[in-house]
Design a protein around this ligand. Structure first.
Ligand SMILES: [Zn+2]
Length: 231
């Protein structure tokens, strides 16, 4: 009996600690890339200027993951952009999604979408979403859609799997893991913009595109903030 009382209190402690930390260090007071105290931004001045400089040689690369699946990526997966992407994956703080989405606009003239385009995301398994309280892909897609002036809707469902996270798998293992992972969530009669944080092997994007096509999608574009594992 005693044990369960203490167990209840101790399980409550991390929440108290979190509350106190939030009060002392409000969400936007610590640089999300280097950890320095900032004057109120998501990034300190140094990281902000590095973020601006990092991507100047690699702005909006296009590659075709399949004949009908153009993929645009804004930055290489390195430096401050990489740190923001990794942090968003693990903490899903909205301010990080906002910061990354800010990088996406304005789009260059060679990337444009019909006005009836719907933005969507790569959903994470429901069990993981419940564990983390938030789907970082959804948060990023919503922030991007807002900036692009396009609607954002869930168009894909993800099957529950007990498999390891994609990041720990090689290309062959990813293919196998994702073969049945995605299915359509709605009928699609409009162009789709699939937004993600990072493009790695392209397997996830191709699987999602296959599921979107099953639902009727004919015009699919993939867009990610960073590009990893080039070549
Ligand atoms: Zn910093």
């Amino acid at each position: 009996m005693k044990e369960s009382v203490y167990g209840g209190w101790f399980s409550f402690l991390p929440k108290v600690k979190g509350f106190l930390l939030d009060t002392v260090y409000p969400e936007r007071a610590v640089c999300r890339a280097c950890g320095k105290i900032t004057e109120g931004g998501v990034l300190c001045k140094e990281c902000q200027s590095r973020l601006g400089a990092d991507g100047t040689l690699f702005a909006w690369d296009r590659e075709d993951l399949e004949p009908d699946l153009p993929a645009y990526t804004l930055r290489p997966h390195e430096g401050v952009a990489r740190q923001l992407v990794i942090r968003l994956k693990h903490s899903a703080e909205r301010c990080l999604a906002e910061e990354l989405a800010d990088l996406l606009v304005p789009l260059p003239p060679f990337i444009s979408f019909p006005p009836d385009t719907v933005v969507t995301w790569v959903p994470m398994p429901e069990s993981r979403r419940l564990e983390r309280c938030i789907d970082h892909g959804q948060v990023l897609a919503r922030a991007a859609a807002e900036r692009l002036g396009l609607p954002c809707r869930q168009l894909l469902k993800r099957a529950e799997t007990k498999d390891r996270p994609q990041a720990t798998l090689n290309r062959e293992q990813r293919e196998k893991n994702l073969s049945q992972a995605f299915s359509p969530a709605a009928a699609i009669t409009f162009p789709v913009l699939l937004v993600d944080d990072v493009l790695t092997t392209g397997t996830t994007a191709r699987r999602c595109a296959a599921a979107l096509r099953l639902a009727g999608a004919e015009n699919i574009t993939f867009l990610a903030v960073t590009r990893a594992m080039r070549g």
